[in-house]
Design a protein around this ligand. Structure first.
Ligand code: BEZ
Length: 248
């Protein structure tokens, strides 16, 4: 089963995601009058900030619930699959925060982003990079293996290295100005279980509810020595890949 998004659950468990978006927004540097596509806009918190800079923003997201939340903020948001963007030379920039790692076919995504941009337009984004949530993933894999489930077959995430993503950007027709991979340990306000409820649907929704609850508790036990060593503050081992590229 695929990831199901709830704007309310997201706001409760993961408000830090857009809050961490300030640096990538600064890298985008939106200007008044620009047309900007927010790819994977979620509930539109960052789309709203781009619009506040004077740009015209369209947000797209695969989740109807997130798109509805973005529209409630006044964002022109639409439901769309990032693998099948159908814009043609319509934007000065495409922006994406914490969404590209959910798109398992990056080459198709990049074809659509490149086509959406005007010549010389920029693609600015941040996503999970190589090693992202490695300890969480290891705990998920181990807990599911204990119950005979192969987590790799359910894994929805794509976390490339800087070298891999640079190659993909260049192959899609971009010149890369900057691309960096960096660790960003991230406190989890509602602990690992809140994080799993928000982000681990593809693993936990694949089994009956009682089993999912058991697995969720077991993942927390397995991850606690690494991610909750002090016993009172969960911290996820996030690794980000941030880039700015220009379309040729
Ligand atoms: C991330 O933002 O890096 C992320 C979020 C949910 C699942 C995996 C990674």
């Amino acid at each position: 089963m695929s990831q199901q998004w709830s704007a309310d659950t997201y706001a409760e468990n993961a408000a830090y995601v857009p809050a961490f978006g300030a640096d990538v927004l600064a890298l985008l540097d939106p200007k008044p009058g620009e047309d900007i596509l927010d790819l994977g806009c979620g509930d539109g918190v960052l789309s709203e900030k781009i619009a506040a800079a004077g740009a015209r923003v369209i947000g797209v997201d695969a989740s109807a619930d997130m798109v509805a939340a973005a529209r409630r903020r006044g964002v022109d948001a639409r439901v769309a699959d990032g693998h099948a963007l159908d814009f043609s030379h319509a934007f000065d920039a495409v922006f994406s925060n914490a969404a590209l790692h959910w798109m398992r076919d990056p080459d198709r995504v990049l074809v659509g982003v490149h086509r959406a941009l005007r010549r010389g337009g920029r693609f600015v984004g941040e996503m999970g990079g190589q090693g992202n949530v490695a300890a969480v993933r290891a705990a998920i894999t181990a807990a599911l293996a204990e119950e005979g489930i192969d987590a790799a077959a359910l894994d929805p995430w794509y976390f490339p290295s800087a070298e891999e993503y640079r190659c993909k950007l260049e192959a899609a027709g971009f010149v890369v100005d900057t691309i960096v991979l960096f660790a960003r340990p991230t406190p989890l306000p509602t602990g690992i279980e809140g994080w799993l409820d928000t982000f681990a649907g593809p693993f936990l929704n694949a089994v009956p509810v009682a089993q999912a609850l058991r697995l969720r508790a077991r993942i927390a036990v397995l991850a606690s020595s690494t991610l909750n060593a002090a016993g009172d503050t969960w911290q996820a081992d996030y690794v980000r890949l941030r880039f700015r590229a220009r379309s040729q």
